[in-house]
Design a protein around this ligand. Structure first.
Ligand SMILES: Nc1ncnc2c1ncn2[C@@H]1O[C@H](COP(=O)(O)OP(=O)(O)O)[C@@H](O)[C@H]1O
Ligand SMILES: [Mg+2]
Length: 330
């Protein structure tokens, strides 16, 4: 770039002198500067391409870094199988994403078949992290998570993941039809069963509203439906797989109260006859739990039933004092 400008300046300076001496015509000088510019343009383009290439190389390096990353946690050589979930136990579980910054500290509890356990606590208490340890998305840094008394690290992940369904705070959907989002990877469902699942998950209204019903495309990341509707679809996905253990992370973000009712109702249906661990923000969800764990800063600080914890007049009691009063339930 600089070179081109200097070259043009030199030509004008030298050529200008010649024009004044009458040894060069003005036309030839103008033509010459134009040619020089043409000569430098491809060089500049080449330099630009080189910059793009450099950027692409840097990006490629990062992509390969991600690809090379071992995303699977180490699997046992001779994994034991899991037929059904009789119990889920946390034994003095410590966990940290970043060494030295503990997120869970000595968390212990047990959940037995058929029970519903609620986890409550302020934002950042570690509730979502606790749930993430159950499908073994992460390994604890201390203690153990056990199913039927066996450490998750001795079990085959695909086997126990089939027995549980995780409904995340903000469920991730694939671009693709609603049908695929619900039934992909699940046992094949005939149309009667599909209809029953849609009804149980309170999705009938959404499906009726969309132009192509169940085959409507959801767009990238499920962007065409609201976050409450995404949870309904995630609940339907759970129904389709018919798991024994439900892990539910209630959405904190505001959902309109009508959709919220639909989610609550669908969730209650899903939890019937199943074992469930629910991170709850709403009193109405918590009340139905057999037991409630109250978490703060990575620790379980209180546990018991709703009346027990209210009588304790501790942290749980104060949490409810902060919550806006709920109207009489339906
Ligand atoms: N992927 C992550 N990497 C590092 N830190 C995280 C990650 N996810 C959560 N944390 C941290 O862990 C703590 C607990 O977070 P989380 O389990 O999401 O709490 P809760 O669900 O109770 O709001 C927070 O301090 C949060 O910043
Ligand atoms: Mg959370």
């Amino acid at each position: 770039e600089v070179l081109a400008v200097i070259a043009v300046a030199l030509i004008i300076w030298y050529g200008g002198g010649r024009v004044l001496d009458d040894t060069l015509s003005l036309g030839a000088l103008v033509a010459f500067t134009a040619y020089i510019r043409m000569f430098f343009r491809p060089l500049r383009d080449l330099a630009e391409k080189y910059n793009i290439l450099q950027n692409a190389m840097a990006s490629a390096e990062r992509i390969f870094l991600v690809l090379d990353n071992r995303t699977m946690l180490p699997q046992p050589a001779a994994p034991a199988s899991v037929a059904g979930i009789e119990s889920l136990r946390f034994e003095r579980v410590d966990f940290a994403y970043v060494p030295g910054e503990p997120v869970l500290k000595s968390v212990s509890f047990e959940l037995r078949r058929g029970e519903t356990l609620a986890v409550v606590g302020p934002t950042g208490a570690g509730k979502t992290s606790l749930i993430n340890l159950i499908p073994r998305l992460y390994d604890p840094t201390g203690g153990a998570v056990k199913i039927n008394g066996r450490d998750l690290r001795t079990l085959a992940s695909p086997a126990f993941r089939d027995t549980m369904a995780l409904v995340m705070q903000d469920p991730l959907l694939f671009s693709g039809s609603i049908r695929r989002n619900i039934f992909e990877g699940a046992p094949a469902a005939d149309s009667d069963r599909a209809q029953a699942i849609i009804a149980a998950a309170n999705l009938e209204r959404l499906v009726a509203r969309l132009p192509r019903g169940l085959d409507s495309e959801l767009g990238e990341g499920g962007s065409l439906v609201s976050s409450g509707e995404r949870q309904l679809i995630a609940i339907a996905r759970a129904f389709a797989r018919n798991p024994q253990l439900i892990l539910f992370d209630e959405a904190t973000s505001a959902i309109d109260s009508q959709t919220e009712q639909l989610v609550q109702q669908a969730l209650a249906r899903l939890m019937q006859q199943r074992t469930a661990l629910v991170v709850a923000h709403r009193l109405s969800t918590v009340r139905h739990a057999d037991r409630i764990l109250v978490m703060n800063r990575g620790r379980i600080i209180e546990s018991g039933s709703h009346p027990e914890l209210m009588a304790l007049k501790g942290f749980y009691y104060r949490l409810h004092q902060l919550q806006p009063a709920e109207g009489p339930g339906p």
